[in-house]
Design a protein around this ligand. Sequence first.
Ligand SMILES: [Cu+2]
Length: 338
Amino acid sequence: MFQGYAVVPEEDSTSENSSIHFSCIGVILATTILSLELTKTSQLHRCETPPTRREWRSFWPHEKQNYIHAVQCLQGLPSQITNQGTLFDDFVYVHMWEGWKSHDAASFLPWHRAFLHIYEQTLAKKCHYRGSMPYWDWEVDWQNLANSSIWDPEEGFGGEGDPNSPLSPGDGHCLIDGPFKGAQRLYFNGEVNPHCLGRAFIHFETQQKGALSGFHFRPENMGMLKTASDFNKFREILEDAAHNALHWGIRGDFSSISAGNDPIFWLHHAQLDRLWWHWQQEDPKARETQYYGKAFNTSNDQHRQGTLDDKLSFLGLWEDIKVSEVMRTDSGLLCYRY
Ligand SMILES: [Cu+2]
């Protein structure tokens, strides 16, 4: 089950800002190269055997535990970019104050791909996580999303909160089981608002509580997505249908721009990234450079076409990354496949 990892974190990183200090197996980054204090070493990497990211349920129990422990470790480290909260909160902060610009825009897919990379590197560097970035393939759960084992308290991320308890932000209820039961979060929807991590499933068609609609995840709809003819169409369907449906259905923390509060955020976005990857693999030559549509969702950039030279920003959590650097997942900066 275990897959080798081409990317291993550089243990001895002297500068907190030199965030991309890691090397690929087969490429020996001599200390002389590291001492150049390059912050961007992507050009130095080769990515010959990209490791395969795996579905959560294909993880062995100890692999699941390792991942959960690494996330809990992030929750216990101090913030690097604000003077409050934790390193885990920093990711929520960056999504809230920078990531919003890449919703309903071309940069939706590359920004989140880069964001996942940063999260993965941070888990490795700060919390010694050596495993794969898991994704949740909700497509296989489309008939009963609320009963997916992803919500299992032992083998997953815990379920929704107690519907009889008081509401938490986003009409959620504090989690009552699983590894994130009792987790406290600093931000909600663009504000400092300390609260418990909450969820409260709702079926958006029937309004039934405790259920999630599988409409956007059923084979017909996924087929429409997978056969989308161009980048912008693909992005639009993916973001507006499956992406949004899950955010709104899970409610609580997951329903707002501070959705990164819920650790399921990363598995959801890895799945979206995976679907993009598969779509690109259908015609790699064309689709690994195919990028257009509204650049960012800001007043300055919403009438400008996105280009491969556009920069993706992360508010000091990481250096800027160019769209062109994440169009392929074996670019050297990135080194993985699905
Ligand atoms: Cu997002």
